[in-house]
Design a protein around this ligand. Structure first.
Ligand code: HEC
Length: 179
């Protein structure tokens, strides 16, 4: 009887430890969320310097206003839904959205990679920033069509969106919601 209780207690503790380990690991596994913020945010000046020479257009002045209500609904679905990009699942987009487990995509076009505030990026995304990656409609399109291939060992858990129209709708939505 005594050994039964000792065993039960050991099993109980083992279960608690396993549950704790799984609970800690799951957000990382599913969302790429990282529990410790270790990266120091870049200053506005440094961010500005990274794109200064490039002479990028102001993407938010681009005309996407011919869109009908139906187009707008399709854009929203492409960004939000499980059949679309499920971007909303991990990313906030508007300035006043609550923070989620991935960096905010507010005004992401025209920004260097990996400069979002208070987010611990993967080393591979930071290296891409150091190599001059800047988010434009083209680079975002390439990234979301096959994230793992475009930036090996990045931490965004997304299979890749094969349909070019869905990608276009998502990019339109990124522009529209940041205007
Ligand atoms: C499962 C969660 C998840 C989903 C779904 C997701 N992302 Fe991400 N995304 C992340 C994470 C985590 C990162 C940071 C990756 C890293 O540090 O390697 C990221 C990074 C990015 C970046 C780079 C941000 C920066 O500051 O450099 C862009 C752009 C982006 N995602 C766009 C999208 C779009 C568009 C979609 C929808 C098609 C999407 N993501 C879907 C989790 C997600």
């Amino acid at each position: 009887m005594r050994s039964y209780f000792i065993n039960a207690r050991a099993t109980h503790w083992l279960l608690v430890v396993i549950l704790f380990a799984v609970a800690s690991y799951l957000p990382y596994l599913i969302f790429g969320a990282f529990p410790f913020a270790t990266q120091v945010n870049l200053s506005e000046d440094k961010i500005e310097n990274l794109v200064k020479e490039l002479d990028l257009p102001n993407y938010y002045d681009l005309h996407i206003d011919q869109a009908t209500e139906e187009d707008k609904l399709l854009e929203k679905q492409a960004f939000d839904s499980w059949e679309g990009g499920k971007c909303r699942f991990c990313h906030s987009l508007r300035e006043d959205d609550r923070a989620r487990m991935a960096p905010s995509l507010y005004r992401i076009l025209g920004k260097p990679a990996a400069v979002g505030e208070n987010f611990t990026y993967s080393q591979s995304l930071i290296e891409m920033r150091n190599n001059g990656l800047v988010w434009t409609p083209e680079t975002i399109d390439a990234f979301i069509s096959d994230p793992e291939n475009y930036i090996p060992a990045n931490r965004m858990r997304l299979e890749g969106i094969k349909d070019p129209e869905t990608r276009q709708l998502i990019i339109n939505y990124l522009i529209r919601e940041s205007q």
